[in-house]
Design a binder for this molecule. Structure first.
Ligand SMILES: O=C(O)CCC(=O)C(=O)O
Ligand SMILES: [Fe+2]
Length: 347
């Protein structure tokens, strides 16, 4: 059996050009990846390297703050998932300890008189901006400039995904209009080299909840994708400027499981701090997810009934955070607490 390789790197630029052959080739390559494990990487997209560098710098500036400053924007101060999440808050993989990562959740700026806020739509409300981060204004501006740039790129990728299904590139417009997307600044402290793989995760093995995820990594590796046929974990080595794109559970469900939402995890054994910025594109909360065109044979039934984006993503969140809470309350607490992060956060 040939050795499986990490997600292929595709040049996305034909999407913006006039060369029909190059475009068709891109669509075909994306289709193949969707069938295989739902992961690919893209270069040749319009997001400038300079903006990526500036946004990574924002992320580092935030995590460098003392813990008490980060806690001023604690995510638990909101009911809509905006703000700082402490180390060991989430636990995606059963049988492992709470995760060695801290994060800052950011989304579209939704004021408190916006219908999404009033109707308690998914992750919808005003951002919590850290009051003492250096160059606070630039921090906010760069963060939102980057958020909007990735939002647009996500729409472009969905246009290609529509074409992989043999439908118009505008097919997903009702999903992308008024879409909710959440971005996370993530910081993984260095884990000790001799960490027991079974217990310590930067982020435990999981699949993403929403439609698609676009991930920017810094130069430190740690992300691994499970190659289901061989059972091997494949390293996704950072490629400067590239995005790792993967399909989430919502997309897999709509594709009647023909396209994959695949398991991945982070174990940061590099001995260095790792920073990454995933962008989770959920979609319009009211969009009803149903079996997509050309995802089943004649007479083959849809495996799943209709569900809104809102209901699907909310249920997934509840499950994973509930698990971390139960773990911390339970007997296993000590086990998790004795695993030290190399860099004590904020201490
Ligand atoms: O940080 C990474 O490389 C991956 C993050 C991830 O998988 C997630 O946040 O869902
Ligand atoms: Fe993920």
């Amino acid at each position: 059996m040939s050795v499986p390789s990490a997600p292929p790197i595709l040049d996305f630029s034909p999407f913006y050009g006039k060369n029909c052959d190059a475009k068709s080739k891109l669509i075909e390559e994306v289709r193949k990846c969707c069938h295989y494990n739902g992961f690919f990487q893209i270069t040749g997209h319009p997001i400038p390297l300079d903006l990526q560098r500036r946004v990574m710098n924002c992320s580092r500036r935030f995590f460098d703050l003392p813990l008490e400053e980060k806690l001023k924007v604690d995510k638990n101060l909101t009911t809509f998932n905006r703000g700082y999440e402490l180390l060991r808050s989430q636990m995606l993989e059963v049988g492992t300890g709470p995760e060695l990562k801290e994060g800052l959740y950011i989304g579209e700026e939704i004021p408190k008189d916006h219908p999404y806020y009033l109707e308690k739509k998914l992750n919808s409300g005003p951002n919590q901006w850290p009051p003492t981060v250096p160059n606070k204004e630039e921090f906010q501006e760069t963060t939102m400039e980057y958020y909007h740039a990735v939002f647009n790129l996500a729409k472009d990728i969905l246009a290609v995904l529509a074409q992989t299904l043999g439908v118009e590139s505008t097919f997903f417009d009702p999903l992308t209009d008024g879409a909710v997307a959440t971005m996370r600044y993530l910081h993984y402290p260095a884990q000790p080299q001799d960490t027991d793989d079974k217990l310590n995760r930067g982020i435990g093995a999981h699949t993403d909840f929403g439609c698609i995820t676009l991930l920017l990594q810094d130069e430190v590796d740690g992300l691994q994708v499970l190659d289901a046929p061989s059972g091997q974990w494949l390293d996704v080595k950072p490629v400067p400027g590239a995005y790792v794109v993967n399909l989430g559970n919502l997309f897999m469900r709509m594709a009647n499981d023909k396209y994959k939402s695949n398991t991945h995890r982070v174990i940061n054994k590099s001995g260095r701090e790792r920073y990454s910025i995933p962008f989770f594109f959920s979609g319009n909360p009211d969009y009803v997810c149903e079996c997509l065109p050309n995802c089943r044979e004649e007479g083959e039934p849809a495996k799943y009934g209709p569900i809104t984006v809102q209901d699907m993503v909310t249920a997934s969140y509840k499950e994973s955070y509930g698990r971390a809470e139960e773990f911390k309350k339970g007997l296993n607490l000590e086990k998790a607490e004795v695993i030290p992060a190399v860099a004590a956060v904020g201490a």
